[in-house]
Design a protein around this ligand. Structure first.
Ligand SMILES: [Fe+2]
Ligand SMILES: [Fe+2]
Length: 247
């Protein structure tokens, strides 16, 4: 694993070696070496920290739109999963708000953060979608741990594999579930969890363009581009544009 930490890229422009320091929380508790001191010691006239465009990443347009993040930043696994779950919703004839919620439900995992991903994901999209869609994305995190036989949703087998058969969600997740269960938008969020189950097929490829119209109708893309509209979440989108910036 050591070689992925503090990886270096020589930029053609300026010829600097640019060092990348992993995010603090990606090291906490992992036993992986903390390379902060070591990388600091490497700084010199031809060695600096990464700031701005990392040439190892696909360049983003000046005014990025939602699908630019799908194509140029999201991990292949999350991209495929989001597109597939939205496609399942579309093919089942579900409302467009559900299709969009499925398309966005794990957006935080795409290129930002996995921990509490429903909450981060809801926050990322909050200024651009209806309150119902962001509510549904936030609560799918809790709902996926609890069965609902009325729609044929069982506790996912995958979670037994991921977390072990004895795993019990934390109390805050249980409380979020209890609250969501009583909410008028419960079913929108529940349908996310249902479509989630059928959306991990490695042999299925979905073209993101198929969702251009749904996005156009239900996602308010800022004219300045995501990350540059001065919204309270713009920094979260910028973090995905420049994930390796030191500060
Ligand atoms: Fe999720
Ligand atoms: Fe998911």
């Amino acid at each position: 694993m050591d070689e992925v930490l503090g990886s270096e890229y020589a930029t053609p422009k300026g010829g600097y070696r640019r060092l990348i320091l992993p995010q603090p929380m990606s090291l906490l508790g992992t036993g992986l070496p903390d390379v902060e001191t070591e990388l600091m010691a490497q700084l010199g006239p031809d060695t600096v920290f990464m700031m701005g465009d990392n040439p190892a990443l696909s360049p983003m347009p000046e005014k990025p739109k939602l699908l630019d993040f799908f194509r140029r930043r999201f991990t292949p696994f999350t991209r495929a999963h989001l597109l597939q779950s939205a496609m399942v919703a579309l093919k089942s004839g579900m409302e467009e708000k559900v299709v969009l919620a499925c398309l966005l439900h794990d957006i935080a995992n795409g290129a930002l953060i996995r921990v509490d991903h429903g909450y981060w994901g809801a926050q990322l999209i909050e200024p651009y979608v209806s309150e119902e869609v962001s509510w549904a994305v936030r609560h799918h995190q809790a709902l996926r741990f609890f069965a609902d036989e009325s729609v044929g949703y069982k506790y996912p087998d995958a979670y037994i594999k991921f977390f072990g058969p004895e795993y019990e969600p934390e109390d805050y997740v249980k409380r979020a579930y209890e609250t969501a269960r009583q909410h008028r938008w419960y079913m929108t969020s529940r349908l996310i969890t249902l479509n989630d189950l059928y959306s991990f097929d490695p042999n299925v490829t979905v073209d993101p363009e198929q969702f251009t119209d749904v996005i156009g109708r239900h996602f308010r893309q800022p004219k300045e581009g995501l990350g540059f509209d001065g919204s309270p979440v713009a920094h979260m989108w910028r973090t995905m544009i420049w994930p390796n910036n030191l500060l």
